[in-house]
Design a protein. Structure first.
Length: 402
């Protein structure tokens, strides 16, 4: 879906909300993405409050070693306009504070030490989007517009989607495309000469083709392929790199191209009164970052309209071709980054969600614990980046239908 790409295209810096909040932002409404091209028939309202806390780094230097604490409020409304049109609106406000990884150095015993940004950073972000959909016969057309803003960042996105359902209503083919333009104005550029003194820009384009098919009354499968292109200022103005004992600004290629392959499998067991969800995603880009993501979840229906959802997600990636924890000599291409997000690492998220359905509305509470490491799971890094994070995420939500 087009909306699923909105938040990912506007995330930047340390990415304060990370992937989990992005996924949550696209699922505020109780209805889930299915193979059908049907529109909404009822008004639906969703609210989520997120409490996100990163664990402090034990092997780090700086005035503050506490990482980000983030509080997010998200609102969403899905409204049927006519028999052929519906509209969804979303709004998110995010408040964050803490320190972020700055650069890495070699410690007295040869271990890698993370230098933090120093004073606590205070920041806010707001996102808003609107999505209009139109259905005619077996086709559904959608258009989305979104905006995200911070003190130093402004992103605007537009996208379109076309979906066609087969005559027997078992298969659905869809194509989506979105384009975003971002303006970056780093703060304190007069104090830190490694930060750009003038506005920088970035342009992103993504396209996804997907096909879903109902294998049986209890089984659904979906397959998709995507392409992502980013051009412009792709470096992180708030990070440094130690190169031959000199500190210089983070410097990355001005273009990045990626391809993705993904699959989803859903199976509902009548005997157990529950559903098994399995997802896999492959990613590969021109910076030599290659990743695998596995998601498993069980949706267990319980008496009195409760539902319990245990889940596990594993992510593993290879490092970019220019990443190092620090550089003993200069590179011919001039690219340098010690950003942990470009290192080789693995991460596992353990989740548990409980929801209760009432007449016309539902309540949800969930907890996720994220753990990462250079040699975690499928990753086999020889030198772990000390900036890799662990965090906990608590979500409280309400959905209403009227």
């Amino acid at each position: 879906m087009v909306v699923a790409g909105v938040i990912n295209n506007i995330m930047k810096k340390d990415n304060k909300t990370l992937a989990l909040l992005s996924i949550a932002a696209t699922n505020l409404i109780a209805t889930q993405c299915t193979q059908a091209v049907e529109l909404a028939t009822d008004f639906q309202f969703g609210y989520r409050h997120h409490m996100y806390d990163e664990s402090p780094l034990p092997n780090s230097l700086g005035d503050s070693t506490d990482r980000y604490n983030i509080r997010v409020n998200q609102f969403s409304l899905l409204a049927p306009l006519t028999d052929s049109f519906d509209m969804s609106l979303s709004y998110q406000h995010e408040r964050m504070s803490g320190a972020s990884p700055w650069f890495t150095i070699s410690g007295p015993d040869g271990e890698v030490v993370q230098v933090m940004s120093g004073a606590t950073i205070e920041d806010e972000r707001t996102d808003a989007s609107i999505n209009l959909r139109y259905k005619r016969d077996n086709f559904r057309y959608g258009i989305v517009a979104a905006i995200s803003s911070e003190d130093d960042y402004l992103s605007r996105l537009v996208g379109v989607e076309v979906a066609r359902e087969s005559e027997d209503k078992r298969g659905t083919f869809s194509v989506s495309l979105d384009v975003s333009n971002d303006d970056i104005n780093p703060v304190d550029a007069d104090l830190f000469l490694t930060r750009p003194a003038v506005e920088q820009t970035k342009r992103s384009t993504s396209a996804v083709v997907s096909y879903s098919y109902v294998l049986s009354k209890n089984t659904l499968a979906q397959f998709s392929a995507g392409y992502i292109s980013r051009d412009g200022y792709l470096s992180d103005p708030y990070k440094l790199a130690l190169v031959d004992f000199n500190l210089i600004g983070d410097s990355r290629p001005s273009s990045r191209y990626a391809k993705t392959l993904a699959s989803r499998f859903r199976y509902f067991s009548d005997t157990l009164n529950g559903a098994f969800h399995a997802d896999y995603r492959y990613y590969d880009d021109s910076w030599d970052v290659e990743s695998h993501t596995f998601d498993l979840a069980w949706y267990q229906n319980l008496p009195y309209d409760f539902q319990l959802v245990p889940s596990i997600r594993h992510y593993a990636q290879k490092a970019s071709f220019f990443y190092e924890v620090f550089y003993e000599s200069t590179r011919d291409d001039g690219f340098y980054s010690t950003d942990y997000r470009l290192s080789e690492y693995g991460a596992t998220t353990y989740g548990l969600k409980l929801s209760k359905q009432f007449t016309g509305w539902s309540f949800t509470v969930s907890f996720d614990k994220y753990e990462s490491g250079g040699a975690h799971g499928l990753a086999k890094s020889d030198v772990e980046n000390p900036g890799l994070l662990d965090f906990e995420l608590v979500q409280l939500g309400v959905n209403a239908t009227f």
